[in-house]
Write a protein that binds this ligand. Structure first.
Ligand code: NDP
Length: 285
């Protein structure tokens, strides 16, 4: 049977699992099987020096698109034709769509987070705190602000990185934006509605690590979200739950960025439950 649609993935082993158990591959291929789609999603390790050749290869072979992860999310912009609006603001691309030979760069990380967040809380008018100021934080801060959050507070150790995210939000969205230097345990102000761990703290193998937060200030009903997909039920979420918070795990973000990617590549709607099930099987959740 010929393969009708090919997807190139430029993942680089960021989840510390063997390629055969790569969670994104398992998730996307499970979705294709359930959709009856004659397509593959494969994992390729691409060295930074070879990125241009890899993208030219994807274009030459007529692949419908690809995801890319660190360290390619910014560098890939030099090799594609156009940026979707929020990818342009964020300055990073994790999903590329081949539209009649033109490669369009999207950022589905923040959109995936937003879709997951909206299952428990609409950020419109809300006060949001984002811990961390890396790529995940940038994408989440921008998309949450574009979705109507009243304010975004970025809490980070490195001041320059934290202020850069604040500046991005202030310059491109209507939300108020503030930087807080992360020293000691972060005290969650009373008016905060949503607290997000967008750092890498808690990612396997550091499963016992917890972001420095004063958990006595985590009140019942506060929405506490984590970007960490592995393990999904992080120590941070468990601590927040003991204080009555409403929690949201990082699998929701991963599933929803995958849903958005498949929708963009195929114009069809995948089954998010099938995708989450495939991820849970890989992570043993
Ligand atoms: P980056 O390396 O770009 O940023 C990491 C951030 O975490 C930095 O701001 C860093 O602070 C902060 N940080 C790391 N360790 C500590 C610590 N001990 N104390 C305080 N701050 C700390 O990573 P990304 O933003 O790309 O990714 C972050 C996490 O998000 C990863 O674990 C990744 O797996 C996850 N992710 C999940 C997705 C999903 O779909 N669920 C999608 C994308 C990412 P500083 O600037 O001060 O160094």
């Amino acid at each position: 049977m010929p393969v009708e649609v090919n997807f190139l993935s430029l993942l680089t082993g960021c989840f510390a699992t063997p390629v055969a158990e790569n969670p994104t591959v398992a998730m996307v291929e499970a979705a294709y099987r359930a959709m009856g789609l004659d397509a593959r999603y494969i994992n390729c390790d691409v060295a930074p020096a070879d990125l241009g050749d890899a993208v030219r290869g994807a274009r030459a072979m007529g692949w419908r698109g690809f995801n890319c992860s660190l360290p390619h999310k910014v560098a890939v912009i030099d090799f594609i034709d156009e940026l979707a609006p929020s990818a342009e603001i964020i300055g990073a691309v994790n999903c590329v769509i081949n539209e009649d030979g033109r490669l369009i760069g999207e950022n589905t990380d923040g959109k995936g987070f937003l879709a997951s967040l909206k299952t428990v809380s609409d950020p419109k008018g809300k006060h949001v705190v984002v811990l961390g100021a890396g790529g995940a934080s940038r994408a989440i801060a921008v998309e949450t602000a574009l979705a109507g959050a009243a304010s975004i507070t970025v809490v980070n150790r490195d001041e320059a990185r934290g202020r850069a995210v604040v500046q991005l939000v202030a310059a491109h969205t209507p939300a108020a934006a503030e930087f807080v230097s992360w020293k000691g345990d972060y005290v969650v102000p009373e008016d905060v509605d949503i607290l997000i761990n967008a750092t890498s703290i808690g990612l396997f193998p550091g499963v016992g690590d917890v972001p420095a937060v004063d958990f006595t200030t985590v009140r019942p009903g506060l929405v506490v979200a984590d970007v960490i997909p592995n393990p999904p039920h992080t120590a941070f979420l468990r601590m927040a739950e003991t204080h009555g918070a409403l929690t949201l795990d990082g699998l929701g973000m991963l599933v929803n960025q995958g849903v958005i990617g498949i929708r963009l590549w195929t114009g069809r709607e995948p089954d998010a439950k099938v995708m989450r099930g495939a991820l849970e099987a890989v992570f043993g959740a």
